[in-house]
Design a protein around this ligand. Structure first.
Ligand code: AMP
Ligand code: MG
Length: 325
């Protein structure tokens, strides 16, 4: 896997310009689509006393905030839920910092600095939010094929292959079914954990269309994903996986909003609930039930543009472990 060149070489290249035009189109389409559906865009926080603990294997970054130890956001999930005090349908285009393990420098899918298209809807069920996710991703692909044909052509992206995403509804399988399939393929995937990076690629390589994996086991994800009442031990959550070997694009869920269950779930992950003081105070007073998702913007750009590596989808790429401007 190649690494980013210096900023001038990277930014002045025809490839980067084509990619960034596509990324601009993606952002423009996301904003138009969600605004048309009555969403309000909010600007996300960059620092806070706590951040999402659910990021697998990544280190958080501390900031000295007037003598208090604050964190750079690994994900604004807790703030999305709080945003529902203001509006029922919100989104952020949110920067995230995750010091990912060094071995991720060569997955082609990890950056230490990236952005999420972060969406949350009060009162939504998993099926409501999946319908929104599918309509949003389909709209983005359709609009890019239509309006960025020249940029896709410059990058050598075959529009017929990308266009397959639009031919039928996204497929769906449970986490258990995905684990079974990976074991059939000879991959030793744990049934208690998220699908690992190699597993994601294997499943993605078999697909021509984005597809969903649902019902991850409790313990594999953050405390804010709601546990199923019908299937205790499993979560009302999902991932969207891009086809052609590209892998995970998005994670989402129905959220837990019962104060006592949240505290229990935080304890189960071995964390001290006192860290989450502001969030737990809000939960005790009543956070709206909701569902939402976060799409990795650079990962979505990589898939749509057909890029070898996700760093090509960033103007100022930070590959884990690689000192960069
Ligand atoms: P997560 O909360 O870990 O599921 O992250 C939400 C989404 O952000 C994922 O589905 C990815 O699309 C994207 N993402 C997560 N980690 C990274 C990373 N290190 N680099 C680029 N994109 C990422
Ligand atoms: Mg995820």
């Amino acid at each position: 896997m190649t690494l980013p060149p210096d900023p001038r070489t990277h930014l002045a290249s025809g490839t980067t310009r084509a990619v960034l035009r596509i990324q601009h189109r993606i952002l423009d389409t996301v904003r138009a689509h969600l605004t048309g559906l009555g969403f309000t865009e909010l600007l996300p926080p960059i620092i806070g006393p706590v951040t999402d603990p659910g990021a697998r294997g990544a280190k958080q970054v501390d900031v000295d905030y007037y003598g208090h130890r604050y964190k750079l956001m690994t994900s604004a999930i807790l703030y999305k839920q709080a945003a529902l005090f203001a509006f029922d349908k919100i989104f952020f285009i949110a920067p995230n910092i995750r010091l990912e393990p060094l071995e991720t420098a060569h997955t082609g899918r990890h950056l230490a600095e990236f952005h999420q298209i972060d969406v949350e809807v009060a009162g939504a069920s998993r099926s409501d939010i999946l319908e929104l996710l599918e309509s949003l991703v389909s709209r983005v692909i359709e609009q890019t094929l239509h309006a960025e044909a020249a940029a896709l052509g410059e990058l050598g992206r075959d529009s017929a292959v990308l266009g397959k995403a639009l031919l039928s509804p996204f497929g769906r399988r449970t986490h258990g079914e995905a684990v079974d399939r990976l074991r059939q393929l000879g991959h030793d995937q744990s049934s208690d954990a998220e699908i690992d990076w190699q597993g994601e690629v294997l499943l993605a390589a078999e697909a021509e269309q984005p597809f969903l994996i649902t019902d991850y086991p409790k313990g594999s994800r953050g405390f804010y994903d709601r546990e199923s009442e019908q299937l205790p031990g499993f979560l009302r959550n999902f991932d969207l996986i891009a086809p052609e070997g590209y892998g995970e694009l998005c994670s989402g869920s129905e959220r837990e909003n019962d104060y006592r269950k949240i505290v229990t779930r935080i304890r189960e992950t071995g964390e001290n609930p006192a860290k989450y003081e502001w969030y737990l105070k809000a939960a005790r007073e009543g956070i709206p039930a909701s569902a939402g998702f976060g799409i990795g913007l650079e990962r979505l750009t990589r898939y749509i543009a057909g890029l070898d590596s996700v760093w090509q989808a960033s103007a100022y790429p930070k590959v884990p472990g690689v000192p960069s401007p």
